[in-house]
Design a protein around this ligand. Structure first.
Ligand code: UDP
Ligand code: MG
Length: 138
């Protein structure tokens, strides 16, 4: 089933000039880009986006990192997009991510891991709506 998911190319990917390489990889993997935008998240936006983690010890540093510079947000479409993106991204910790995954190739550690991907259909819907209006996604 064709699905849409949200990805974020995190500030480390922008800083390291890896956006082109990551997007090329995503296109090679069969994802269609349906919408894309560069955004410098406010503290409030990052807090809301990662609210599920608000009681975790990594929450404050994560918000700090995600607001340290601009990011690219993209709406991606593909067969089984949500699960497939998570597979191509690799494990959360870039230092432990499997060879050939985006996080292994472009990330640094468990925080600076290059890319975000929605983890469920419900979250994909919420996260796409967080950044894109329905007309962007038509
Ligand atoms: N993160 C972190 N330390 C941790 C776990 C996560 O800094 O111990 C950061 C990391 O950038 C991760 C984000 O918080 O991508 C969200 O965490 P989650 O567990 O949802 O991982 P993901 O779904 O991104 O793999
Ligand atoms: Mg997550």
């Amino acid at each position: 089933m064709k699905q849409r998911t949200l990805t974020i190319l995190k500030p480390d990917t922008v800083t390291h000039h890896n956006c082109g390489a990551v997007i090329a990889r995503l296109e090679q993997e069969g994802f269609e880009i349906r919408a894309a935008r560069m955004v410098w998240l406010s503290k409030e936006q990052a807090e809301v986006f990662y609210a599920v983690h608000k009681d975790k010890p990594f929450y404050r540093p994560l918000v700090e990192f995600m607001t340290s510079g601009p990011v690219w947000v993209l709406a991606l479409e593909r067969e089984d997009a949500i699960e497939y993106l998570r597979k191509v991204m690799g494990a959360t910790d870039s230092a432990k991510a499997a060879p050939g995954t985006i996080r292994q190739q472009f990330g640094t550690n468990i925080e600076r891991n290059a890319i975000h991907g929605s983890d469920s259909p419900d979250n994909a819907r919420t996260e796409l709506a967080f950044f894109f209006s329905t007309s962007d996604l038509a």
